[in-house]
Design a protein around this ligand. Structure first.
Ligand SMILES: *Cc1c(COP(=O)(O)O)cnc(C)c1O
Length: 384
């Protein structure tokens, strides 16, 4: 059987895959099983921060794998301690909980908000407000957090206690907060799966203010926007706010599964012994990968991310299409079905993504200008 046939026969049909088997890659280039070359504008949905098989990243991973791959969380290990220190130092947060995915990072954030509220205001303050068109994960609780009805219908009953506000509607949020007993508000500063829509700066500021005024835990889901993707280490840094909890995953370990929930001093002692755990959380190999990624994301690197994002935006806008997003998290509104644009890009050797009706670009953060120019040429042709 071909790869495709074996996959279709033995793997649950939850993914509508593109008709390509990726066999290998190097930087922003990947090859299918017939050796055909593509420029990758997907980075595994914002995961491979430094592209495929980056040599610095691969060495960090290999060295740690040869030394110690796993211990359980019953023991101290150096990589996760060092990574936690880096994350706290660079964000001003106080403590970290490590997990393996974005959904788990959000589960932890939600548990922190509920326990904080129970400790300070009473257990009836359990509601979490999220935004319509948000995406927070696939577990039953993070599906409930996801503000899109189509995710809710098939798996009821979902976890109770989630309320939804419209993005950028400050009055609507204030009304929800005043009429309900609320533990936390969770937002993505740029809604990724929801269509690459950046929130208004005023709204993000207002979310912080409303949370402070009501002693509500302010959570920013940085699973997709974090780790340099938007041109800042974490996207909230564009908005001049300081969240109580930041969840992240995708690009953190540059291609290995790792989630992190960062907690500010206000909530960093909410979880105590036995309140939460994860067998693989803080895995030494994943942590070593993330340390390597974090070390390379200095200010000069982040400036480059911002500049490359500007380059794409300018060229696409000049070609007559609306662009949304921040940094190298980009949405483009095509004038024909996005599936046609994706197919034309692929036909011409460029891999892209979609989000709702938009073309979505999440290239590796270190994509060289030469390949970026080529990819944008192909994308503009495909949009025509
Ligand atoms: C991808 C994503 C998630 C879910 O992450 P998983 O690792 O797939 O569980 C959650 N929130 C946002 C904003 C995401 O983009």
């Amino acid at each position: 059987m071909s790869i495709k046939e074996t996959d279709q026969r033995y793997i649950a049909h939850t993914y509508k895959r593109f008709d390509i088997a990726i066999a290998a890659g190097e930087g922003c280039i990947c090859y299918d099983d017939a050796g055909r070359e593509y420029i990758d504008m997907t980075s595994g949905i914002g995961v491979n921060s430094f592209g495929y098989a980056d040599p610095v990243w691969a060495e960090a991973v290999a060295n740690q794998a040869k030394l110690l791959q796993h211990t359980s969380n019953l023991f101290y290990t150096a990589p996760c301690a060092e990574l936690a220190e880096i994350l706290c130092t660079r964000t001003g947060m106080d403590k970290v909980f490590f997990s393996n995915s974005g959904a788990e990072a959000n589960e932890c954030a939600i548990k922190v908000a509920r326990k904080y509220a129970a400790d300070h205001k009473g257990a009836e303050y359990y509601n979490i407000i999220t935004l319509n068109k948000s995406f927070h994960g696939r577990t039953l609780t993070t599906l409930a957090a996801t503000g899109q009805d189509n995710f809710h219908t098939k798996f009821t009953p979902l976890t109770e206690g989630f309320l939804y506000a419209d993005a950028n509607d400050i009055e609507g949020l204030e009304k929800l907060v005043s009429e309900n007993k609320v533990a936390g508000v969770m937002i993505e500063t740029v809604q990724g799966e929801g269509g690459v829509n950046a929130l208004d700066a005023d709204f993000v500021k207002a979310v912080e203010r409303i949370c402070r005024e009501n002693d509500i835990v302010f959570i920013v889901d940085e699973v997709q926007t974090g780790n340099g993707r938007t041109g800042k280490l974490y996207s909230y840094m564009h908005f001049g706010v300081q969240p109580d909890v930041v969840s992240t995953a995708k690009g953190l370990a540059g291609g290995l599964p790792m989630g992190a929930t960062l907690m500010s001093e206000k909530v960093s002692d909410v979880l105590s012994y036995g309140d939460h755990g994860s067998t693989f959380g803080g895995n030494p190999v994943c942590a070593a990968a993330a340390i390597s990624v974090m070390h390379r994301m200095d200010d000069a690197f982040l400036d480059e991310v911002e500049k490359k994002g500007e380059y794409i935006r300018k060229r696409i806008e000049k070609a007559g299409f609306a662009v949304s997003g921040l940094g190298l998290m980009i949405g483009i509104l095509p004038k024909k079905p996005v599936s046609e644009v994706l197919a034309a890009c692929m036909e011409n050797g460029v891999l892209c993504l979609s989000a709702k009706e938009k073309l979505r670009l999440l290239p590796p953060l270190n994509i060289p200008m030469e390949q970026l120019e080529k990819a944008v040429d192909v994308i503009i042709e495909a949009l025509k």
